[in-house]
Write a protein that binds this ligand. Structure first.
Ligand code: NAD
Length: 304
């Protein structure tokens, strides 16, 4: 193991496998999460627990975070007991999807402490985090990026420097997720229509995925999690809805209207209002299935 430890805050669906990869690459990892169960899993894999974000940043020069919301990022970076209080930290890397505004706020808050902030949101899901095949969209100080590039390359197979302006990585990630989320909403409506018209769900999804209607959602949401009724992609619907909100807020600030994406966002709102807390993004299809009175289930997998 190398001597200089890395810090990591936020050991959830994405953070946990990312820490595992950093440990496997020979790094010492000082980890923190407010959820004790998440922390003990990381410790069982070789990470060292710290009781606060400040304690992580007191020892680690490079600290990565993978947190659910902009407010969690603000609290962890700048709040009481936050990273800003740690004296060792020199480079801060936000792997979460939290938008350009909070990225800039945090960069401004950390700059007086001599800390360089990079936003480096990721795409590829839990499976990508486990396999180290994430797409990483980094922005900020180029020298800081070069310093952490080997760390990011342990997490992803497509690490791209988006630009020097803090927040550009976040904006690109929001563009990506707005597109993926809207594509998925259309997919849920289209698949329910096909099944209602009598198509076999499994055959339909197979043909879509070999035809021009295919997309990441039809390949990775429909083919496995929906047809099997396991709904186990590993990305909570509320997080996807948060990404749509952040993206559409950014669009509004730019004076843009996005009617198609806005309509898709309504479907997520309905699904969140009706669905179970913590529902997976793949469960969006339950809304359109309910309207059509059908299930996009592989044969023998109907829940009813
Ligand atoms: P998650 O909710 O599973 O994990 C977040 C972790 O942060 C939890 O363990 C939680 O306890 C911890 N946490 C929350 N507040 C904290 C605080 N104040 N201090 C310390 N720890 C705190 O979420 P996730 O699915 O791992 O997603 C993390 C981020 O990555 C999100 O911004 C999400 O949008 C983004 N993302 C997720 C996926 C995915 O497929 N799950 C893919 C790409 C990007």
């Amino acid at each position: 193991m190398s001597g200089a430890p890395l810090g990591f805050v936020g050991l959830g669906a994405m953070g946990a496998p990312m820490v595992r990869r950093l440990l496997a690459a020979g790094n010492r990892v000082l980890a923190h999460d407010t959820n004790p169960a998440a922390l003990s899993v990381a410790v069982s894999r070789g990470a060292e627990a710290r009781g606060s974000a400040a304690a992580v940043a007191a020892e680690a020069e490079t600290v990565l975070v993978s947190l659910p919301t902009p407010s969690a990022v603000r609290a962890v970076a700048l709040g009481p007991g936050g990273l800003v209080e740690g004296r060792a930290m020199r480079v801060y890397v936000d792997l979460s999807t939290t938008g350009a505004r909070v990225a800039r706020e945090v960069a401004e808050g950390l700059a007086p402490r001599g800390v360089l902030a990079l936003d480096a949101p990721v795409s590829g899901g839990v499976a990508g985090a486990e396999a180290g095949t994430l797409s990483v969209m980094a922005a900020g100080d180029p020298a800081a990026f070069e310093r952490v590039r080997p760390i990011l390359e342990a997490l992803g197979s497509n690490t791209v420097f988006v630009g020097e302006a803090v927040g550009q990585g976040q904006t690109l990630k929001l563009v990506n997720n707005l597109l993926a989320a809207t594509t998925w909403a259309a997919g849920c409506e289209a698949m329910a229509m096909g099944v209602k018209a009598g198509l076999d769900p499994e055959l339909m999804v197979r043909v879509l995925n070999a035809s021009s209607g295919r997309s990441f959602p039809t390949e990775r949401f429909a083919a496995g999690p929906v047809l099997s009724r396991r709904f186990d992609f590993g990305f909570r619907m509320e997080l996807m809805a948060k990404d749509m909100r952040l993206a559409l807020e950014e669009a509004e600030a730019l004076g843009l209207v996005m009617p198609t994406c806005g309509a898709a966002r309504t479907l997520y709102g309905l699904a969140l209002a009706q669905g179970a807390p913590g529902a997976d993004v793949t469960e969006l299809v339950r809304v359109t299935e309910g309207w059509a009175g059908v299930e996009v289930a592989a044969r023998g997998r109907n829940e009813a």
